[in-house]
Design a protein around this ligand. Sequence first.
Ligand code: ADP
Ligand code: ZN
Length: 746
Amino acid sequence: MATRDRRQHQKRAQIDAFMPPEPPADRFRRIPVMLPYPFAGPFDYRVPRELDPKPGDIVLVPLNRREEVGVVWDGPADHSVGDNRLKSLASILDVPPMRADIRRLVDWIAAYTLTPPGAVLAMALRINALRPDSPALGWIAAPTPPTRLTEARARVLAALGDGHPRGSASLSEASGASVAIIRAMANAGLLLPAALPPQLAFGRPDPDHPGPVLAPDQAEAAAALRVATAARAFSVTLLDGVTGSGKTEVYMEAIAECLRQGRQALVLLPEIALSAQWLERFEARFGVTPAVWHSDLASRIRRLTWRAVAAGEVSVVVGARSALFLPFPDLGLVVVDEEHETAFKQEDGVVYHARDMAVVRARLCDASAILSSATPSLETVANVEAGRYRHLRLPSRHGGATLPEIALIDLRETPPERGQFLAPPLVEAIRVNLATGEQSMLFLNRRGYAPLTLCRACGHRMECPNCTAWLVEHRIRRQLQCHHCGHAEPIPPTCPQCAAEHSLTPIGPGVERITEEARALFPDARVLVMASDTLPGPDSAAEAARSISAREVDLIIGTQIVAKGWHFPHLTLVGVVDADLGLAGGDLRAAERTVQLLHQVAGRAGRAEAPGRVLLQTFSPEHPVMQALLHGSLTDFMAREAEQRRPGNWPPYGRLAALIVSADSAEAADILARDLGRTAPHGDGFLVLGPAPAPLTLLRGRHRRRLLLKTRREIAVQPLLREWLAKVTVRGGARVDVDVDPVSFL
Ligand code: ADP
Ligand code: ZN
């Protein structure tokens, strides 16, 4: 063969490798279709002559005698099903196709997390967004208002006061009245049905709407972010600034630049239910509120939002993890606010870290990514050190506000009174603050009244029947609850073990108990409890934030909810009831996380003119975590933390993947765990730890064992895991869940 011919031949062969084999002229085409189910990959379907599907098209295909929605996938068909058994594509839906960048994201997440791609597709597809609309009905108030109304009914009518129809769910959310009340009102003729508008109105954020004037260091950081966003190329920047330094205002300027570029922006928040203040600030900067995305949206709102994003009618979305899969036509910026938050790790279903996948998403669509935090994770810091991420710093609080002064209360020296949990110096500080009319906050990361209920007669502990966990007393609801599986039972009158009467005693505090103590100590203080069970939805959280800002509250008592980005200008004292709480358990990141959490909580104090104070109650004031908080030496602390992880190749200097074995019997769990132990990979640069009983040995009735694969950073865990898992047989009732880059070790 002549050289030229040979080259052409080679080239042809190269192309062939990427192309589906050409169908013989007289036969039919096959295409791969991905279905939103945990199958190992796409299935082949036959293409009827009249259809011409392209990768990304949303199609209907037969599956087990039903029609299912799927997506035409890329690459060649796999030909594992013979021509005679091949089923035909039914139709192509008239909806926007799934874009190539999202298909690549699905493939990427599936490969990285070892999840079947169809399971990832299910998150990305939002099938309900594809169904045709039925005209939706809502309610308006009947023209003649009744004279006497219950309070709930009056609230319903008030929520309809602007004359716009509202759906039942939104009306219930706005008024706090149940859907049953709304239905009863409709039956009584107090509400009349009315068509809801077919579209949500999404305002156009205006990048040139006047925003705040940035201070010089803010302006410098904003300029760097604008340049990165205008480059229309992939980059990641860590925006690292102390609490109250104006990170949010600064990254808003990157959003403005993204809008000027005609591209869309996505902001991920760790707790979208707590975003009221954020939404207000967005509106102040851009003149309108952005679209909001989370899993609790009413399905109609979700459908309209999804479509408006696909159609390019929405240019900014603020959302929870799942917003990563929205079909932006031209995503130019992804912001991950509070990037250190573990809430970004999804632990159920597809186990993925939204912060890391946000970076992947940005790379796949040539967008810039911003990771913002006052307490960046070691993972992100390591990426900065390795030169993969850029680094911007905002070293001081905005407007001359100073960082709060931190002091430790040694509980061994100044213990609380017997049966109490607030030590005298903390009580005194709150008293002084109350007297001067300033706001205080008590932080305890524990819901309910008491974490443990114990029989004083026989020592019996009240445990969950389904989990290795104590039952938490919720006194307001008169229940013992499991915070892992949701099991709840009434507090028994006698000990279930020894039948002693009045012997069950609450041990240790939760926020309810601290509230009881605070009410007794400060009877005149207006107290607000902030916990996920007292502020169940976005509206109640927004109302709490409003009442705090309006100084209708003197003392806030809360769980980790209070640590999240709030700006309460009149709050000047923060008391941490149990600063040692997060250090127990010996998790790899326990110290890192405790520092981050307590620093964030402390960061709520003194955000305006009046300086803030933080008091940490601890039994171990000499602990490096307490010392770091006391001296404000976070960077040094994190550097030392990093040095401890480096030699053993612990993350971020090495990689981890966990295998969680679970089964309905302890024997089945042990057998599978032993099989995995026996077939564990051996080699240079990696190591398998376990099997060992999981700390939550029993969870939701399933027996659990864990193994941990640890590798050097340059070794990918996925091929090792794939090979390893292929060696064991998983019998009925047992399963292995893979958690790549685990955050929780329970
Ligand atoms: P961070 O996100 O770093 O904690 P924020 O962006 O929440 O800080 O800013 C803290 C407070 O200061 C907010 O109320 C914000 O509106 C205000 N702020 C920050 N920068 C400016 C500025 N340049 N002009 C006016 N107010 C600002
Ligand atoms: Zn349980």
